[in-house]
Design a protein around this ligand. Structure first.
Ligand code: GDP
Length: 463
């Protein structure tokens, strides 16, 4: 089973599609009166596929001027909760600026996207569906939610993704809602779930960084042969964008952005393309190595790249390269650590290692850091432990009581790994200050030993 979010600008037909997938009975997970719900959920089925559908359509009703911001937040939440996003555009209207806006959110955050050009019954909307190609999110399906057309195509598009989601899931999802904690027995999980990449599925790695940071040199060193082009012939086209290899015995698939960059050099657009390509590689990766040139570390571009990897929810390792050139190593290391903490607080605790791609020194440290980051990224904490922890956290530091009404954090569970994502059921969640959310996130990091990995914390209102 998987979670599907239906996303898109207002009036493209999201609700109609939701109703079609969920069926007439609208099996809402939570439909008690008085409960504010902004994301509607239902049990969807299509052929033999069973899944949870999240509908972000409800939010179209809001009419205040913060609509856009609100839509963005809710869409991001839906996208974060979903394994697969169904991005709906109106085939008759074609692609609008608002569509582009949502497409951008999906490009940044979504794991899997299917584009559906809706209202395309009969031969309607052919050109609009073509336009949707330009969103760069894959081939658009032509569907009609109203008339039930194109559902077979949707099924065929969903099926392989559903398998992939299943294969990527390291452990069964724990019951998400309304579990009576007293019934949870001790064997429900011992915290960390050890998940190792198997030979069948190599660890997906991207090495990104500014031009001349040493990416090609590093990847060459790892794969142990000069398969990437460095040096004078470096304008030659390389076709492959990834190399599958073993790094100190661990099977890895390395996404090579350096190769793409060399090609770009010919066009004299070096800086711009290299970063864009790097960013694209991040989307394929599980672990991202941000490679710095130790002579000029943490420049603007480095920070942007590292931040992007975090926003994308990837495990991050920072590697300072050309360490062989450094004279005063202890002093420099101290300096690096300080800059790291100050400039990339969102990556708190992520491994920082020093390497020399040229000599190969420090590659063992890098290897260990990659495995460690990957393990943390896959970590699962049992619901029992989380709720015990939540109780202790709220006791130590009760949430505020805006207007005399105390915010109650009632129940917490981990809904996803890669990166770890948690849902907290609470009252008055809209009043919960950011500082309290940070308190919880930092606490999770420290108490469950999850340094460095992005952590997603979501709140659900429960009246
Ligand atoms: P890329 O643009 O990130 O792929 O960088 P390259 O791998 O092409 O390296 C840029 C330059 O830095 C080349 O001249 C490399 O020889 C040099 N270089 C890369 N890594 C190291 C290192 O660890 N130590 C030293 N001294 N030079 C390095």
């Amino acid at each position: 089973s998987f979670t599907l979010a239906i996303v898109g600008r207002p009036n493209v037909g999201k609700s109609t599609l939701f109703n079609r997938l969920v069926g007439k009975k609208l099996a809402l997970v939570d439909d008690q009166p008085g409960v504010t719900r902004d994301l509607r959920e239902g049990q969807g089925r299509l052929g033999d596929l069973r899944f949870i559908v999240i509908d972000s359509a409800g939010l179209e009703i809001a009419e205040d001027d913060s609509l856009q911001g609100r839509m963005r937040r809710l869409t991001e939440r839906a996208v974060d909760e979903a394994d697969i996003c169904l991005f709906v555009v109106d085939a008759r209207v074609g692609v609008t600026a608002a569509d582009e806006y949502f497409a951008e959110i999906l490009r940044r955050r979504a794991r899997h996207v299917i584009v559906a050009a809706n209202k395309a019954e009969g031969r309607a909307g052919e050109s609009g569906a073509m336009e949707a190609y330009a969103l760069g999110l894959g081939e658009p399906l032509r569907i009609s939610a109203e008339h039930g057309e194109g559902m077979d195509d949707l099924y065929r598009a969903l099926m392989p993704l559903a398998d992939q989601v299943e294969a990527e899931r390291p452990a069964p999802i724990e019951p998400e809602f309304d579990v009576d904690l007293s019934e949870e027995d001790a064997e429900s999980g011992e915290g960390a779930e050890d998940w190792r990449p198997s030979e069948a599925r190599p660890l997906q790695l991207a090495v990104i960084g500014r031009p001349n940071a040493g990416k090609s040199t590093l990847i060459n060193k790892i794969i142990g042969e000069d398969r990437l082009l460095t040096g004078p012939e470096a304008g030659i086209t390389r076709d492959s964008i990834s190399v599958t290899t073993e790094f100190m015995g661990t099977p890895m698939r390395i996404f090579d952005t350096a190769g793409m960059r060399k090609r770009a050099k010919v066009n004299d657009k070096l800086e711009k393309l290299s970063v864009a390509d790097g960013l694209r590689a991040v989307r394929f990766a599980e672990v991202v190595v941000v490679l710095l040139d130790v002579a000029i570390p943490f420049e603007q571009q480095d920070l942007r790249i590292a931040d992007y990897a975090e926003t994308e929810g990837r495990a991050v390792v920072v590697a300072a390269n050309k360490w062989d050139l450094e004279e005063d190593k202890p002093e420099k290391l101290k300096e690096l650590r300080e800059s790291f903490e100050r400039l990339l607080p969102q990556l708190k605790g992520a491994p920082l290692v020093t390497v020399s791609a040229k000599t190969g020194k420090g590659l063992d440290r890098l290897h260990n850091a990659i495995l460690m980051a990957h393990e943390v990224w896959n970590r699962r904490v049992s619901t029992a432990k989380l709720n015990q922890w939540l109780g202790a956290m709220t006791e130590a530091h009760p949430p505020p009581a805006p207007g005399g009404r105390r915010i109650r954090l009632r129940y917490m569970t981990q809904v996803r790994t890669r990166p770890p994502a948690f849902i907290v059921k609470a009252t008055h969640t809209d009043k919960l200050p950011d500082s309290y959310q940070r308190y919880l996130i930092n606490g999770l990091r420290a108490d469950f030993d999850m340094p460095g990995t992005p952590i997603r914390l979501m709140f659900r209102d429960q009246g």
